[in-house]
Design a protein around this ligand. Structure first.
Ligand code: ATP
Ligand code: MG
Length: 451
């Protein structure tokens, strides 16, 4: 993409209402625009990151055996009356009346609708296990929408729903999602720690929130240092092997990790002081086993091997890709701007032409742009006639992993500069050596983050 053809409305200064760094940087980098409280447009640069996050989430859901569907944003109130949640949900639900005076709502979540789909088609235990998910916009009329897309009113959610014949199978389904979340956040280039969460009236031990550590997180977290060392399962992990999946979850739940809501001082005191990590975190995912809470009132049953009808056991599994984008920035930035993990960076390389209009420099840049693009790099080519200082500042702000800096003086010696955003390291290299270094990085990135 040539910057001169792109739409990248950067701001010199962050609007004053932006309190946390991810919100400031997303506005400054022209990623999002607020349309009303907690409701945002995603501009091209922001949308690119959001789509990459979504795609990694999708690939790891698919790998774990979940099947993608797409349910509507607008739902009928009648479904929610069946589960009893229409009245319970309160003011967070945006209620709408259509022209026929029918009660509708903008979905804050989809348990009722997916249960309705399930009961309409599935009759036998032979069709189980089943896990259906979608990635769709949700609306919750949050009391205090704030921090940009971190706590929006309209936000994107991946929500998956598992269906199983009995409690044991349902637990196994939960564990597959648990493991898929470990892989998902690892591929997103971030450490997310599963923490024991409240199961409310349903009880049991199967609810976990996944939190990314960052100073501005809304939750206080208490966790054992072992979480920094537990291995993340590789792409080859066998989701058909219940024992193996269970063992992975056992390890990742073997040490203390809770947010302030669930914190237990007595258990915390058992963690050796040197291993105690007390930090702040951002909830980016939440998984929940709720048994027959919806299937019983909504009549979602399957015939078991015993020939009898059984209320189906369910769980739900959420990740907020739009919140993840902001959380990645909270976890990865410096004074100059964003530092994206390689797997979700909007572009791989910023190609900076220091003398647009100079024939030799334009030709060299055009040539590099073609070569890099042909080699599978996503390149943002700054071909504008802005000053060099402005180009560097922009590249730092938007946080692409690499900057390839090309000017007439270097070219006279057959050289360019390559700057790595994360380390700030700048190397002067021949054109070929620069391309080779980038190819190396591309291979490392594919090995580290690839599906
Ligand atoms: P929170 O406690 O932060 O309000 P929640 O417990 O209501 O979250 P869930 O209902 O479990 O969230 O939703 C699943 C995921 O959806 C969350 O882990 C988060 O990533 C995302 N999410 C929830 N509410 C919002 C919001 N207002 N803005 C952006 N993302 C959200
Ligand atoms: Mg909430």
């Amino acid at each position: 993409m040539r910057l001169s053809n792109y739409f990248l409305p950067v701001l010199k200064e962050a609007p004053r209402e932006a309190e946390i760094v991810s919100h400031q940087l997303m506005l400054r980098a022209g990623m999002i625009r607020q349309q009303s409280a907690g409701i945002y447009s995603w501009l091209p640069l922001g949308l690119k990151v959001l789509r990459k996050v979504e795609q990694i989430v999708r690939e790891e859901q698919n790998r774990a055996g979940a099947v993608e569907v797409l349910m509507p944003t607008i739902q009928s109130a009648d479904l929610w009356r069946e589960s009893g949640r229409y009245d319970d949900y309160g003011k967070e639900m945006l209620r709408i009346t259509d022209r026929h005076e029918r009660d509708m709502l903008f979905g804050p979540t989809n348990e009722e609708m997916i249960t309705d789909i399930f009961r309409s088609y599935v009759r036998s235990y032979k069709d189980l296990p089943l896990n259906l998910y979608h990635i769709q916009w949700k609306f919750r009329d949050e009391v205090r929408p704030r921090f940009g897309v971190m706590r929006g009113r309209e936000f994107l959610m991946k929500d998956a729903y598992s269906f199983d014949l009995d409690e044991a199978a349902s637990r196994a389904a939960y564990k597959r999602m648990f493991v898929s979340y470990l892989r998902t956040f690892d591929r997103l280039g971030v450490k997310a720690i599963p923490m024991r969460a409240d199961t409310g009236p349903i009880g049991g031990d199967l609810s976990h929130e996944f939190l990314i550590l960052a100073d501005t997180g809304e939750s206080e977290v208490f966790c054992h240092g072992d979480f920094m060392r537990f291995p993340v399962p590789g792409a080859g992990v066998d989701y058909g092997d219940d024992a193996k999946i269970s063992a992975i979850m056992d390890e990742w739940t073997s040490a203390y990790a809770r947010t302030d809501e669930m914190h237990d001082e007595a258990l915390w005191d058992d963690v050796p002081a040197a291993d105690q990590m007390n930090a702040r975190g951002i909830e980016v995912g939440h998984i929940f086993h709720f048994g027959t809470k919806y299937s019983t009132p909504m009549g979602a049953k399957v015939t078991g091997p015993d020939g009898k009808d059984h209320d189906v056991f369910m769980g739900s599994y959420g990740i907020g890709p739009s919140r993840v984008v902001a959380a990645l920035i909270e976890a990865g930035h410096d004074d100059a701007g964003i530092i994206w993990p390689a797997s979700v960076a909007p572009f791989d390389v910023g190609l900076i032409n220091l003398r647009s209009g100079d024939e030799a420099t334009d030709t060299a840049c055009g040539d590099l742009y073609s070569k890099l693009t042909a080699a599978g790099f996503d390149v943002l080519y700054d071909d504008t006639d802005n000053r060099a200082g402005g180009k560097f500042a922009l590249a730092d702000l938007i946080g692409l992993p690499w900057q390839l800096i090309v000017g007439p003086r270097g070219l006279a010696n057959g050289e360019v500069e390559l700057k790595e955003r994360a380390t700030g390291e700048r190397l002067t290299l021949t054109l070929d050596a620069a391309l080779n270094r980038l190819a190396e990085w591309q291979a490392e990135t594919a090995a580290r983050f690839g599906g």
